[in-house]
Design a protein around this ligand. Structure first.
Ligand code: ADP
Length: 588
């Protein structure tokens, strides 16, 4: 089995820097035309914006050389034209930018949801809810906001900054050099900031997850907290989580308090340099006044984009950490190795299987068992012996650490879910009825089933109540719809088994927790669906074991006895002892 995807700190994984970059680029690739158009329009808008100062410089030179008003009027008109062009192009660019942002952020949401739904069952059961909730809400929103607003704005700002430098160099290379030297502080401060920001923001994200986890656990366990007087303890845990979250946020704030002042000062320095050097050159007659004014105007224009970048760098860093957290789910959701091999026959074979839950000791040790097609096998043993775990391995939910579980010669762990459920289905009490119509609740077992087949499956499990519903198969169940009784919900679960039509059913506690009347009706339904199938019944209570063809007795993760009820009683070993103790305790 691969390493546990959920880290020792109880958090879900986070994508590496390289994986995050790759994911970001592939996101851009999916909207590459819109992205290319956005870049092009922004380049054109920036070029139009640069026309103004250059033309203004020309006006100054024209006035200085005493040239006619007609030329000045023409230049002034051109300035207005440039401003209008910039306005139109910027508006258009923003429109395209918004489209890019909406499309990519919708994709981020879709991807995240898809990944969570694709999590392997064994992982999904253990996923920390606070972490997943925090990623689904805070991180998805942060990335969506950044893609919609921050990315287009930052792109414009970067382009503007670059073009302004090109323009200053074009006016005079020496003044360009002054501007670059003046701004070099930003480069160093930026590098310093970026080297630390990712870790700091990831820590802040993890702390936010922990906080959500602690708060939701306190709320959902409210009654237990009350019953055991745990208020003080939960309060302390919450305060600790809040303080840790605040500390991580203060750390990101500390980074900003270095970067921001450097950026603020840096944008004035090139201006000072250009004025000093330009003044000297003008004094020597090497530069016109117009050229200096154009350069000064350009550098004044730097204030806008630098301010935008200053504000956005923080947002972008924090959402790239969020993006890494969202992408981290992908490393867990990657489908396990699947095979296209077709099982030959229905024989199930467990050979030399050992298994441990992540971070724990082996709970199954060297278990081997061959199950004949059509056989009814009961698995018995005291609580904690490993019966349910064996059931989970037989149905592909968990994968063996060593050894193999095969059906028709193919590893159960490698069968894709839709093919596995044609072979083996696990029936427990832990079934779920989705807030959806009866029809859709059943179609998850076989998407191609007709309404007739659905009705037949319901009839087979004795769910005649469905005929009394005014909307029939269209009745919406669950949240906001029809609330089902336990036995009816169990019938829906069993009807799914009829539809999936597997040759083998693993029953785990299917009826043991139900009240006697409900249990009897469910057992009747079960008897129908088990007929003609291979059955592995995990018998937490013994009353089903004497009907089975064979009984496997488990103890501390091993099968210690295997044989028919009668044989095992005659052997007078562990099974006989269990049977006697159950019979002694039972009322009949
Ligand atoms: P049984 O079904 O016979 O009562 P289980 O298969 O449920 O036994 O449990 C076998 C062992 O595995 C027990 O020691 C139990 O504590 C442990 N165990 C069961 N489920 C988990 C889990 N999800 N994570 C860690 N340990 C588990």
């Amino acid at each position: 089995m691969a390493g546990d995807p959920i880290g020792p700190d109880g958090h879900l994984p986070v994508a590496t820097k390289r994986e995050t970059w790759r994911a970001g680029l592939s996101l851009i690739r999916t909207a590459r035309r819109t992205f290319a158009l956005m870049v092009l329009l922004n380049v054109l808008a920036t070029v139009a914006a640069l026309g103004g100062p250059w033309l203004f410089g020309k006006i100054v030179d024209a006035v200085a050389s005493g040239r006619g008003g007609e030329q000045i009027d023409r230049l002034a008109l051109l300035i207005v034209a440039c401003a209008l062009l910039q306005l139109v192009l910027t508006r258009w660019a923003r429109n395209v930018g918004a489209r890019f942002g909406e499309r990519t952020s919708a994709q981020v949401r879709d991807q995240f949801l898809g990944r969570v739904l694709r999590l392997p069952a064994a992982v999904a059961e253990r996923v920390p809810t606070g972490d997943i909730t925090s990623r689904a809400a805070t991180d998805v929103n942060s990335v969506a906001y950044t893609l919609r607003d921050a990315v287009p704005d930052a792109l414009i700002a970067v382009l503007q900054t670059l073009f302004i430098f090109v323009a200053v160099f074009a006016v005079d290379p020496l003044m360009g050099a002054c501007a670059v030297v003046g701004l070099s502080g930003i480069w160093f401060a930026g590098r310093w900031y970026l080297a630390r920001a990712r870790t700091a923001y990831l820590e802040a994200g993890a702390a936010a997850s922990t906080l959500t986890e602690v708060l939701t656990a306190t709320v959902s366990g409210g009654r237990t907290v009350e019953a055991f007087g745990l208020q003080e303890r939960r309060l302390r845990a919450s305060v600790e989580a809040i303080e840790h979250s605040r500390d991580t946020r203060l750390r990101t704030l500390a980074l900003r308090t270095v970067l921001f002042p450097v950026v603020d000062v840096s944008y004035v320095l090139p201006l000072v340099g250009v004025l000093l050097v330009g003044g000297a050159l003008y004094g020597n007659g090497q530069l016109t006044l117009g050229a200096i004014i154009a350069a000064v105007f350009y550098l004044r224009q730097l204030a806008g984009p630098l301010e935008v970048l200053e504000l956005l760098i923080d947002q972008i860093q924090s959402s790239s950490a969020s993006f890494a957290r969202l992408e981290g789910i992908e490393t867990m959701a990657r489908p396990a190795r699947t095979t296209s091999a077709e099982p030959v026959g229905d024989r199930i074979e467990v050979s030399g299987v050992s298994f441990a839950y992540p971070g724990g000791p082996d709970v199954l040790t060297d278990v081997s068992l061959a199950i004949q097609p059509g056989e009814h096998l009961a698995i018995v043993g005291v609580s904690g012996a490993g019966k349910s775990t064996l059931g989970r391995l037989l149905t592909g939910i968990e994968h063996p650490r060593t050894g193999s579980v095969t059906v028709g010669g193919v590893s159960v762990a490698e069968l894709p879910p839709e093919r596995l459920r044609e072979q083996i289905v696990l029936v427990t009490q832990d079934h779920h009825v989705f807030a959806d119509t009866v029809r859709d609740n059943l179609l998850i077992a076989r998407s191609t089933a007709t309404d007739e087949e659905l009705r037949a499956a319901l009839a087979a499990v004795g769910a005649s109540w469905i005929d009394d519903l005014p909307d029939g198969l269209d009745t919406v169940l669950g949240n906001g719809g029809l609330a089902l009784e336990t036995s009816h919900a169990q019938q829906i679960a069993l009807a799914r088994v009829v539809l999936a039509d597997p040759h083998t059913v693993v029953l785990d506690e299917a009826t043991s927790m139900l009240d006697p009347t409900t249990a009897r009706s469910v057992e009747r339904a079960l008897a129908v669906i088990l007929d003609g199938r291979t059955v592995l019944a995990i018998a937490h209570r013994m009353h089903t074991s004497h009907d089975a063809d064979r009984v496997a007795v488990m103890e501390a993760g091993r099968i210690i006895e295997l044989g028919s009820h009668q044989e095992l009683l005659e052997r007078d070993g562990a099974y006989a002892a269990l049977w006697r103790s159950w019979h002694g305790d039972s009322a009949d």
